[in-house]
Design a protein around this ligand. Structure first.
Ligand code: NAI
Length: 548
């Protein structure tokens, strides 16, 4: 794209700024001679300076703040940095550091990123969306801060989440950053601490009634269709019931998805497919007990049942393989406090508030922690699972780290090395009795960026559950047998871009097959995806010359 800006404006635009890497020709053409040091550094040299400066930081939060600042000044160098070593940088720009960054969002805030729209702007949403500088927006990641990670209602402090999530679209799957818009819908917060914090950046009001919130979201979703007709809306970190209800409200009408519901389901399904591969079974041979029946749990249960149905079960049969336990005990038919979407998983069973007793009676082969509460997979839970199963599958998915239902060390030690384990966050390998165990990270970042890339490239009209099942299969297929043997359920993060390109290609094929794509079908799906991948490289001097 030719550069139309000149002088200091070029340096102030993070998508154009090359800082110390402008050539003499570019400096002359852009009128920036004297405004930057009189050198022309290579991108590698710039990267080594960033690495050196990062090396001087003592905490991940400091590294996060440094990287956000880099993004504010030089987008290419930011992506070059995080894409150079995803396994190292993903935990800094996203989970688990993002949790701490959100808790302190108003305190570490430097510069606006994305849009902030409060419920007091009702009736004017369309006009406000037009203030966004980019006219072709393809993804809006939107939260109301209702349930941020496992940290609860963080209100405006949750604005860090859509920012981080969209960075992963680019870093993990190469979706070009100029098409991405983070969005915080401010409907207040019930978090007393923030309501009294002078540096809090949101409305100082408690949350409205559900109908009022939903009518605001209705206006927002409708306005997006008009202002950005090719845009897909990604809902993120709403409370469980809002997440499920809003997804149901829009999914058949618009291009929307909810990552907590569908992305989580996709990545956990990938892990389950590989756990079954290790055990030599099928998904429909297993029995599942969830701890937590919120948006993540329900989304996963629904997708898992669709996948079991594809193995030949009826939906009812598939649902009979899935049990759930929440804060009020086992979901069973006499419970009067269940949401409609939880009822398919409430089976005939005596009421119980004792998770271990539920395991003894139901005899699950897999337990899945999506409860938000750390330590809930106790020694007794793991030992019971190991007594009932040759290879118990234990997925402790709540995050951030201290919210994991159990650590890999606990799962492997308490099960005497029998557990097949994955967490929602990254844990280091565990040594036990001379064996190395590789705990997988069931992180959605293997799924949603790849789905995003497929939608971006195909301009798909809808996001379907089949896309999440297909992406789960594609992710699972990319774990080599030798790593599977060490218990690894997910591909290595060091190669994440290539993994996601392959996954996106399979999802794109599905979009074409289902008639959802709005572009011509290519002959080779992988090279089609590659053509759309963003590369963190400066544009050439030729563009600068043209502008001159
Ligand atoms: P949610 O708030 O919608 O649901 C939480 C559920 O846990 C509710 O059913 C609640 O009744 C239950 N619960 C709470 N305390 C409990 C206790 N002591 N014992 C049993 N059940 C209890 O939250 P959501 O969206 O379902 O997320 C749950 C967790 O999953 C969060 O920590 C989130 O960070 C994590 N998550 C992990 C992902 C991943 O690893 N890929 C992706 C999305 C979410």
């Amino acid at each position: 794209m030719p550069i139309t800006k000149r002088g200091i404006e070029v340096l102030r635009d993070p998508s154009l700024n090359k800082s110390t890497a402008f050539t003499e020709e570019e400096k002359q053409a852009l009128g920036i001679v004297g405004l930057v040091p009189d050198v022309t550094e290579s991108e590698d040299l710039q990267l080594s300076r960033v690495m050196m400066q990062l090396g001087h930081k003592t905490t991940d939060l400091d590294r996060y703040v440094y990287l956000v600042n880099l993004l504010d000044h030089n987008e290419t160098l930011f992506y070059r940095t995080i894409m150079s070593d995803p396994a190292r940088f993903l935990p800094i720009v996203y989970d688990p550091t993002i949790g701490e960054a959100c808790l302190k969002f108003g305190h570490i805030y430097r510069q606006a990123r994305g849009m902030y729209l409060s419920i007091t702007r009702r009736g004017k949403v369309k006009d406000i969306l037009k203030n966004w500088p980019q006219k072709d927006v393809r993804f809006i990641c939107v939260t109301d801060g209702g349930r941020i990670l496992g940290l609860g209602d963080l209100g405006a402090n949750g604005a860090g989440i859509p920012i981080g999530k969209l960075e992963l679209y680019t870093a993990c799957a190469g979706v070009p950053p100029q098409y991405l818009m983070p969005m915080y819908l401010d409907a207040g917060t019930n978090n007393e601490q923030y309501l009294h914090d002078p540096l809090y950046l949101g409305m100082r009001k408690t949350r409205p009634k559900t109908e009022e919130l939903y009518s605001f979201v209705d206006e927002f979703v409708a306005a997006v269709q008009e202002v950005f007709p090719k845009c897909c809306i990604h809902f993120e970190d709403w409370t469980g019931s809002d997440a499920v209800h809003l997804l149901g409200r829009y999914r058949d009408k618009y291009c929307v998805y909810n990552d907590d519901v569908q992305g989580t389901a996709g990545i956990v399904l990938a892990g389950m497919i590989n756990a079954a591969r290790i055990k030599g079974t099928k998904l429909s041979d297993e029995k599942y007990l969830f701890l937590g029946a919120g948006s993540a749990g329900i989304g996963l249960a629904n997708l898992l049942c669709s996948a079991m149905a594809e193995e030949g079960l009826t939906l009812k049969q598939a649902q009979s393989h899935v049990y759930m336990f929440d804060i009020n005990g086992l979901l069973e038919t006499t419970r009067k406090d269940l949401f409609d979407f939880q009822k398919p998983y409430a089976h005939k069973h005596a009421p119980t508030h004792d998770f271990v007793a539920a395991i003894e009676s139901i005899k699950p082969t897999t337990i899945i922690g999506v409860s938000t509460v750390g330590g809930t997979f106790t020694k007794e839970v793991v030992e019971t699972m190991a007594r009932l199963n040759e290879r118990p599958v234990i997925l402790a998915l709540s995050n951030p780290t201290e919210h994991a239902e159990c650590t890999p060390e606990q799962a492997y030690t308490w099960s005497k090395g029998k557990a097949i384990y994955a967490a929602g966050v990254q844990f280091p390998p565990v040594q036990l009795n001379g064996q190395t165990f590789l705990p997988g990270q069931a992180n959605n970042f293997y799924i949603f960026p790849a789905i995003g890339m497929a939608i971006f490239a195909t301009q798909a009209k809808r996001v379907t559950d089949q896309m999440f099942i297909e992406s789960a299969r594609a992710v699972a297929d990319q774990v080599p047998n030798d790593l599977l043997k060490q218990g690894l359920l997910y591909p290595l993060q060091s190669n994440i871009l290539e993994t996601e390109i392959q996954t996106a290609a399979r999802v794109a094929k599905l979009a074409f097959d289902a008639g959802l794509a709005r572009v011509d079908r290519p002959t080779d799906m992988v090279s089609f995806i590659r053509r759309h991948v963003y590369k963190p490289m400066y544009s050439s001097a030729a563009s600068a010359k043209k502008a001159a």
